[in-house]
Design a protein. Sequence first.
Lengths: 345, 288
Amino acid sequence: MPGDLKREAIAIAVVTGALILVLPLIIGTYTLTVLAVYGMLGLSLGLIWGFGGILCFGQAAFFGLGAYAYAISAINIGESTIPMLLAVLVPAVFAVLLGAMMFYGRLNDVYLGVITLVVTLILFKVINSTAGPQYMIGNARLGGFNGIPGFQTLNVPGKPDAYIWGDSYFYVCAVLLGFVYLLVTVLLRSSFGRIAVGIRENEVRMSLMGYDVRARKTVMFAIGAAIAGLAGGLFANWAEIVTPNLFSLSQSAEIIIWCIVGGLGTRLGPVLGAAGLAYLKFLLGQQALVDNALVTGLILVLFVLLLPKGVVPALSGLWRVSVGRRPPGRIRRRRRSRHRERLHG
Amino acid sequence: MDLYVVVLVEMLYGVASLILISAGLAIVFGMIKVINLAHGEFMMMGGYATITAVNLGVNVFVAMLLIAPVVVGLIGLVVERLVIRHLYGRLIDTMLATWGLSLFFIGLATMVFGNTTTGISTPIPGFAIGDYQVNGYNFFIIVVSALLLVAMLAVLKGTRAGLVARGTMQRPDMAAALGYSPDRVYMATFFCGSALSGLAGAILAPLVGLVPTSGGAYIAKAFITVIAGGPSLVAGLFASAGFFGAVNQIFTFAISPVIGEVALLVAAVVLLRILPQGVTGTFFKGRL
């Protein structure tokens, strides 16, 4: 396996490097930066939903928390290294608390959806109502609906005057996306990742085998939140303002749509889905004929009805059937998994 | 003394509006196990149907109580035939598809009506209790909600159609064997649920400025009320709406409206953590 992993790591590095060199020739780096950030956000939900089986309707909560943690601490500290770490840590800690509350209560499916949705709403309502000078954290005014503008943006660690912006900021985001992608790959290949997939497939069986399902789900949830928080911090740097809209339901909906369209149970799907749909939205925003929400909604409905697996699994299936050689072991393995489904489905 | 009366009225109003907001969703979820996340947009369309009808010169009560439910019910019928029908039994998929529908309808309403606030004035004047001014329209909402609950019970318990619907809900194969098409029953149920959503949106329309994204304000409340209510349709709706409405209004009066909203949401999280099967999953088991 380690040899396999090394090959995959090299492949990820090569593809990331090639994309970083080629894409700026086609699309502006300002747009590309946000596509990379959204790709990371999509990956965070793709990890916990596609591999952990946790459907979180409030991934935007962690995204927003990361952005706010960054903005507030950047104003107070005036340098961006610690705020960036906080953007990862704060959502992760929040997710541990929230996840522990849900998973140790053995909540599942719809109830998980309701609670994550409600928590996102609470954050939205609370932040939204903090207009006025009495709501301060350190030197940072929370600003209610207007959000927080004018914080220190990303700088070279230790040098608050050396800002990273423009093209170089895109390179930072893209490399970070490649790095997170690699981390997710390593995680999924570790025993933790494989047990997480086992939990997704059959929770009761895994707990009977002696694995602590609740703790593992909580950790998985927190890892997803940490990635979403990192994306939030990067987004704050790109937008140079954070507003309560980061917590909005439509933001959560969008992340879910990215995953569905891209393909659940893959790593590439959510990233591609996020970047592709965000770019589509950007293009649609330049015309006034059709409303943006109409198209996004239609895409979601059509995908759920016609292609619930998503683009990436469908394409790779097509590839395998038409051109790829079928390794002899695969057929047998698939049949066995179908048998398992019949037993426990 | 007057203050207590006012608080009591407000509390009843809080409960009543929650019942009104959630009834359509509760029917669709309770009977056919579909969570319609486009529920808020159905309400929004009910509001627009009312306002359009009133602007065309129709009597406001006819528009609210007749035109809006029929229009939204028909929209629901189309949605059921085109989308929901293919997804019965796949709870998560229906949630995702209807979430897509909700975005679709927001986009559609924005294109048709524009992204501006519209509204009509309340048709019932306010009056005074002692030193306090009370909105007369609140009483109308309380009465409508009470009638709605009674009507739901009466239809489900007392009529042939209700009996068939309940039977199909429990054993679709048996119902089919006895000659009732489950497909038809589901269709009719979804029509009724959508019509109720339209009614709710229409009745609340005079109280709010209507924009295409208005539905978002309702869906979360309706969603948690229905889920927290649990499997029993009417009893669950009444119990959870009563609880959440009371919590909301108590905190609204004690601190502020925002805290009231937040308290409602926190109460929902705590309630679901303690009673994950909903209120009627533990108490009033087997009631309707």
